[in-house]
Design a protein around this ligand. Structure first.
Ligand code: ADP
Length: 576
């Protein structure tokens, strides 16, 4: 695999892996935060319950202190005092505050009579003969319900009695277990409890259970309807469900359920509260409204952001990589161009020196011949001015000018090609005629170098739509090259027709062309690895040839082996 591919995978894998790790980390952290928050909210609920119960106990303690110092037990005074505490307005949920008086059996009658002066219907109930009674003589506020409780002997009921005895013996505020208050209508039967604080005779020693029992006068007490009480305490609770049980979580012991729901809530916690000698079990559960940091949407957000950042980093990386690649390619292109430019300059310099050399050779020889003639004329030497001598000189002059003309024509063609002015003027041309014409024109050179005209095998009657002059130029170039680079060995010319396309083969058995030069020779100013002195020529011929063939919609290529010879193949479509 390519290094960049591996890097791609590393970046994506690392990005996604760290996204998953961060998501898991954030999820766990949020979960912990949720747990802590839940614990905090639960503690808050417990503290609220405890604080409220302490307030109620405090009120009872104050009432007892008031009674201790007021001398006698006067109903009016007690009622007035209770009303003045404003406890019902300040801490709603309390059913009442009252006083229950301890009576021995022998005191019952006189007590009842005394009470009936104020409350004609007063009697201690339930009826029956018992050693000790405890009768509620005051219960504020004096509403319909509480009035029902006046005269009730709480000592006659075992739960209340147990709590009262504990309170009496320990000199403490003690709560009953779950009871149904006497003031409840029977149909409702709602659970509640009472809170008792013992009231002893003034100035009695209270240092032992015995002494406390002896000194007991009665109890200041508060009845509570559990539902009203806890509802008032938890009025503002919106995110937790709270269930409160007496003693244990038996459904029978349920005092209060803040948010009755069948839903499976989570998380939950169960705590015990010890309040005034009794255990309350408080179960808290997070409601759906509980704000959760570990919510799905939060975690999804972390994951999506992580993935997005990974993709962003990856795109930046890709972009940078691409930019770097482009910069590299541009630099390489520049380098190549520069190299090419250098080569061009070098071959142009080469060309200029070859061109001047090529131009100078015929010019020098022309000048020499002119000087020879001038000398002969001035010497008035009839032998030197004989018809043969003069015609030989003129022939030489003609050859040199032809050579010069060809050189200049080549250079003009190059300039035409460069400026796109090389025009093809098509005509109906018989290929065999042109080939034979060119061979005929070059006959002296063929004879001079290889001793014969080239062997030719021509497909009969090939007629195409070509520029005759340019076609001659192509053939002249190829034949001249075969002569020049053919080492004096025989030359073969062959044509073949395939469909509407003719192929011309020019084969020599000369020096051949090295593989690395095969493409180059069709370029401008290229002379396959030869210096100017080796063989004369400007290195323009094949370039011009190839351009002419191309302008005819054809192709030129060469098959060659160094030292063995070359075959140039020109492919021309018959039609334009
Ligand atoms: P010139 O012959 O004037 O140098 P050309 O463009 O005609 O220019 O040829 C380019 C180069 O191709 C020549 O310099 C020569 O090296 C090589 N070449 C052309 N024809 C042949 C051939 N028949 N055999 C070997 N080399 C050839």
């Amino acid at each position: 695999m390519k290094f960049s591919r591996i890097l791609d995978w590393i970046i994506i894998t690392l990005g996604l892996l760290s996204t998953v790790l961060v998501t898991v980390f954030v999820f766990n952290k949020n979960k912990m935060e949720d747990t802590l928050r839940f614990q905090y909210e639960t503690e808050e609920v417990l503290a609220r319950i405890q604080a409220r119960m302490q307030s109620y106990e405090g009120t009872l303690v104050q009432l007892r202190a008031f009674l201790k110092n007021s001398g006698d037990l006067n109903r009016d005074k007690i009622q007035k005092y209770i009303r003045d505490t404003e406890i019902f307005e300040r801490f709603p949920g309390l059913q009442g505050i009252g006083y229950t008086m301890m009576l021995h059996q022998h005191e019952l009658e006189s007590h009842t009579r005394l009470m009936q002066k104020e409350l004609p219907d007063y009697h201690v109930f339930p009826k029956g003969t018992r050693d000790i009674y405890s009768s509620i003589i005051v219960l504020e506020p004096e509403d319909r319900r509480n009035k029902k409780a006046i005269g009730f002997d709480m000592f006659s009921e075992k739960f209340r009695k147990k709590a009262m005895e504990e309170a009496r013996d320990q000199d403490k505020a003690i709560m009953t277990g779950m009871v149904v208050l006497v003031q409840e209508d029977e149909a409702e039967n709602l659970p509640g409890f009472n809170l008792y604080l013992p009231h002893y005779k003034k100035d009695h020693l209270l240092n032992s259970i015995e002494n406390r029992r002896k000194a007991l006068l009665g109890f200041v007490y508060s009845p509570f309807r559990a539902h009203d009480l806890f509802k008032a305490i938890l009025r503002d609770e919106k995110i937790l469900d709270v269930e409160i049980y007496a003693d244990n979580m038996n459904p029978k012991n349920l005092y209060y359920d803040h948010y009755k729901s069948d839903e499976q809530l989570s998380p939950t916690a169960t705590n015990e509260l010890l309040i005034n000698g009794r255990k309350l079990i408080v179960k808290t559960s997070a409601l759906p409204e509980f704000p959760r940091a570990s919510s799905l949407i939060n975690n999804l957000l972390v994951f999506v952001s992580g993935t997005f950042i990974t993709l962003l980093i990856y795109s930046i990386y890709l972009f940078t990589r691409k930019q770097m690649h482009i910069a590299r390619v541009v630099a390489e292109e520049k380098e190549k161009l520069l190299e090419k430019e250098k080569e061009h300059v070098a071959s142009r310099d080469d060309f200029l020196s070859i061109a001047s050399h090529e131009l100078k050779t015929p010019l020098t020889s022309l000048k020499l011949q002119a000087q020879v003639m001038m000398r002969s004329i001035s010497r008035n030497d009839p032998a030197a001015l004989s018809k043969e001598k003069v015609s030989h000189l003129v022939k030489q002059i003609d050859n040199q000018t032809t050579r010069l003309t060809r050189l200049v024509d080549d250079m003009l063609d190059i300039s035409r090609i460069r400026t796109g002015r090389l025009k093809i003027v098509r005509d109906t041309v018989n290929l065999n005629e042109v080939i034979l014409d060119v061979i005929d024109r070059l006959k002296p050179q063929f004879i001079k170098t290889i001793g014969e005209t080239p062997d030719h095998d021509l497909f009969p009657d090939i007629v195409g739509s070509w520029d005759r002059f340019r076609l001659e130029q192509v053939l002249t170039n190829l034949f001249t090259n075969a002569i020049r680079y053919g080492n004096g060995n025989p030359i073969k010319i062959r044509t073949e027709l395939e469909g509407r396309c003719v192929r011309i083969y020019v084969t020599d058995e000369g020096i051949g062309i090295a593989k690395e030069n095969i493409v180059k020779i069709f370029e401008r100013f290229e002379r396959a690895g030869m210096s100017a002195s080796e063989v004369s020529g400007l290195g323009l011929g094949l370039f011009i040839t190839a351009q002419i063939v191309k302008a005819h919609g054809g192709e030129i290529r060469v098959e060659s082996e160094l030292g063995k010879g070359s075959t140039f193949i020109v492919e021309l479509p018959l039609d334009a």
